[in-house]
Design a protein around this ligand. Structure first.
Ligand code: USQ
Length: 384
């Protein structure tokens, strides 16, 4: 199939492009390099050095004999987007091209507005491009488990059968997200569901949990194929951060009591989930939702796991939670859709955590230690 990966230069977009190319698909990536700009703004680069996109693409061709095409530009530039979709003529578009950090969206008004404008308008331009150019294109959209938040009822895969005053309907599962970033994904989901219902588009919304890991079978074939590895308090995800903190001899920063529970997924399963969604498209008119996670754990459990796996002393520190989150809550998530398509999860193991210790050990001199502690407060806008 022909697959266009939007955000194909990012943490997950790049390994996804490689995985799809490796599995025989014709792949193009589209990116505006915004993620590399946030590095400059936040003064925290990827822990593992990464090459520019052109070098990565050349290295992949050298290693695999396969070609990846690139389009450099912004989804907010509708003309550019339409041209890329027309020229590449994809069967499927995988959409990662969004600002992906909750703390980044909560820095201040400007960052919240940027995040929602970038994400919601970019996605809307994409829906129009698909509808006007070829409504048969399957949109595979990266959503987030954070769209649901932490409701006191079980979380279904996107839809909920509701009975009210003796009548029933199948409704989108109610959303209670925890940041302006997560809200941007809720808005996207609503816009996509509308486009499926009104224009008969086909879409898969993947509500992904917190990703951990940095290597996939393809990125390890050559150091030039490496994907980024974030450690800072804005873009670093929790398990990756704890691994890095352990190696640096820094305390693991558990926010609050650590009773908040999240869905987790290995980066190798992320790329495989995308392949499964692409190769098994939704029907025309269908807004299909999968919860993309393979395990759930509390933040304290994650910290304990990393501390136990590390071959040395590790301190766990409970910081005042800079976010507004429920300290403890019910969390029972249905995630059978992707397993039904054939996903064989890599469950979190000591071996994986130990392999991450080695990657960090080799690159620890690159860490800007001032960027390790959380610096963004969810209540920052409130006058005290
Ligand atoms: N946390 C800590 N200590 C840290 C970092 C995080 O206790 O040093 C806690 C947070 O308070 C939160 C949990 O760990 O309860 C997860 O935080 P995170 O920064 O790993 O993940 P999050 O902000 O939720 O966002 C990440 C990705 C985002 C994706 C989301 C999936 O950056 O793109 O959408 O995971 S989910 O969390 O399921 O919404």
């Amino acid at each position: 199939m022909r697959v266009l990966v939007l955000g194909g230069d990012g943490y997950l977009g790049w390994p996804t492009a490689l995985h799809l190319s490796d599995k025989g698909h014709e792949v193009a990536v589209l990116d505006n390099f915004a993620r590399r700009q946030y590095d400059v703004e936040l003064e925290a680069e990827s822990l593992v050095p990464i090459e520019d996109l052109a070098t990565r693409i050349d290295a992949w061709q050298e290693v695999s004999g396969k070609k990846i095409i690139s389009y450099i530009g912004d989804l907010l530039d509708a003309e550019f987007l339409y041209n890329a979709v027309r020229e590449f003529a994809p069967d499927s578009i995988v959409h990662y091209a969004e600002q992906s950090s909750a703390p980044y969206s909560m820095i201040d008004r400007e960052h919240a507005v940027y995040t929602q404008n970038n994400n919601v308008v970019g996605n809307l331009n994409l829906l129009y491009a698909i509808a006007e150019i070829n409504p048969d294109i399957h949109l595979v959209k990266l959503g987030t488990m954070g769209e649901y938040g932490t409701p006191n009822i079980d979380i279904e895969e996107g839809w909920l059968e509701v009975e009210h005053n003796g009548r029933t309907d199948r409704m989108l599962y109610p959303k209670k997200p925890g940041s302006y970033y997560h809200l941007s994904k809720v808005h996207d989901s609503h816009n996509i569901e509308f486009a499926c219902r009104i224009w008969d588009l086909r879409a898969t919304d993947l509500n992904q949990g917190v990703v951990y890991g940095q290597e996939t079978p393809q990125t390890t074939l050559d150091p030039r194929l490496a994907t980024r590895f974030d450690y800072d308090g804005v873009f670093g995800t929790v398990l990756n951060r704890f691994v890095i903190q352990a190696v640096l001899g820094q305390p693991l920063t558990v926010y609050g009591k650590g009773g908040q529970t999240r869905g987790l997924i290995d980066i190798r399963d992320t790329v495989e989930c995308i392949r499964l969604a692409v190769e098994n498209p939704a029907e025309r008119g269908e807004f299909r939702v999968f919860n993309q996670l393979t395990a759930t754990m509390s933040v304290s459990e994650i910290a304990d796991l990393v501390a136990e796996a590390f071959p040395g002393p590790v301190q766990i520190e409970h910081l005042d939670n800079p976010r507004v989150e429920q300290p403890e809550h019910h969390y029972n998530v249905k995630h059978t859709g992707l397993v039904g398509l054939g996903l064989k999860p890599h469950l979190l193991s000591d071996t994986l955590i130990e392999s991450m210790f080695d990657i960090v050990g080799a690159n620890k001199h690159r860490v800007n230690i001032d960027r390790m502690l959380p610096q963004v407060s969810w209540r920052g806008a409130i006058k005290s």
